[in-house]
Design a protein around this ligand. Structure first.
Ligand SMILES: [Zn+2]
Length: 146
């Protein structure tokens, strides 16, 4: 490998890093702004109202909301094929979080099942972090369905 070749690899690597950094930075800023402007959820009634309003945008039905002020948890569950739930709590839960979880329900069902196989675990991990999470983040901020 000559110097030129090494330099080209480095240039390509740096471009990818810069691109990734830009995407990452944009998402952090976007998420920060969105969650600052987003309605804070403080009760189960409010959570149910927000779920109803946001579900309509995704044409989702039968999503149950469970709010727990003392448990800072944000997650989506699939109870049966047709009934899902969003558990949300703590002091910082927002409408954005509801939109994020609804998008997982809309787009990523059936949810991944736990597996003992190493290869499947790695693939599931990659699918979650490189596909499902970014999609849900873009939706919660921009309401774009990827
Ligand atoms: Zn998520």
């Amino acid at each position: 490998m000559d110097t030129n070749e090494i330099f080209n690899y480095m240039k390509t690597g740096a471009t990818w890093l810069a691109g990734g950094g830009l995407v990452y930075f944009t998402s952090i800023v976007g998420l920060g702004v969105a969650s600052m402007c987003s309605e804070r959820i403080k009760s189960n009634e409010q959570l149910e109202r927000v779920i109803k309003e946001e579900s309509e945008k995704l044409n989702l039905k039968n999503v149950i909301g469970i709010f727990n002020k003392n448990n800072p948890e944000i997650s989506a569950r699939e109870y049966t094929k047709n009934i899902c739930g969003i558990r949300i709590g703590g002091n910082y839960a927002t409408r954005c979080d509801v939109k994020h979880e609804l998008y997982h329900i809309y787009k990523h069902r059936p949810f991944q099942e736990k597996t003992n196989k190493k290869k499947e675990q790695i693939l599931n991990w990659m699918k979650y972090w490189f596909l499902e999470e970014p999609q849900a983040m873009v939706y919660e901020v921009f309401e774009i369905k990827l």
